[in-house]
Design a protein around this ligand. Structure first.
Ligand SMILES: [Zn+2]
Length: 135
């Protein structure tokens, strides 16, 4: 029996859908998929300056697993920069701490307590919102 992949705890999804290089002749170089947990690993280690032990505990993974996620994230970002590829934000194996929603009209991401699900987007008031989860 293959073991079920443990979900990685992610506090909040990235605020972007993706990044694109700009400059002449940089269209169509392809893209890399940066998973939510990879974004979280970069955020914890390189932005919040946590050590890998603390970050692993926060994400609910072992230290070696954290190191693998972190290395994968750095590799993807390096490939994107050097090969001028887009970076796309992808759900991955994340377990978001709260329910997070995406507004498909203005692409805002927002979270809400359970009790007020099925409201409108707080930014543009569109009712076209969906729960962020693995596709
Ligand atoms: Zn909206």
């Amino acid at each position: 029996m293959p073991r079920k992949k443990r979900l990685r705890k992610v506090v909040a999804p990235p605020r972007f859908q993706g990044y694109k290089p700009y400059g002449s002749r940089l269209e169509g170089n392809g893209s890399v998929d940066l998973l939510y947990e990879e974004y979280e690993a970069i955020k914890l280690a390189d932005y919040d300056l946590m050590n890998h032990n603390e970050a692993a505990v926060l994400m609910g993974v072992s230290r070696p697993t954290f190191a693998r996620i972190y290395e994968s994230a750095r590799r993807k970002i390096a490939v994107a920069l050097v090969e001028t590829k887009e970076i796309k934000s992808v759900f991955g194996n994340a377990e978001l701490q709260d329910n997070w929603f995406l507004c498909t009209s203005c692409e805002a991401k927002f979270n809400k307590p359970e009790s007020v699900i099925s409201e409108d987007c707080p930014i543009c008031k569109s009712s076209k919102i969906k729960l962020l989860q693995a596709e």
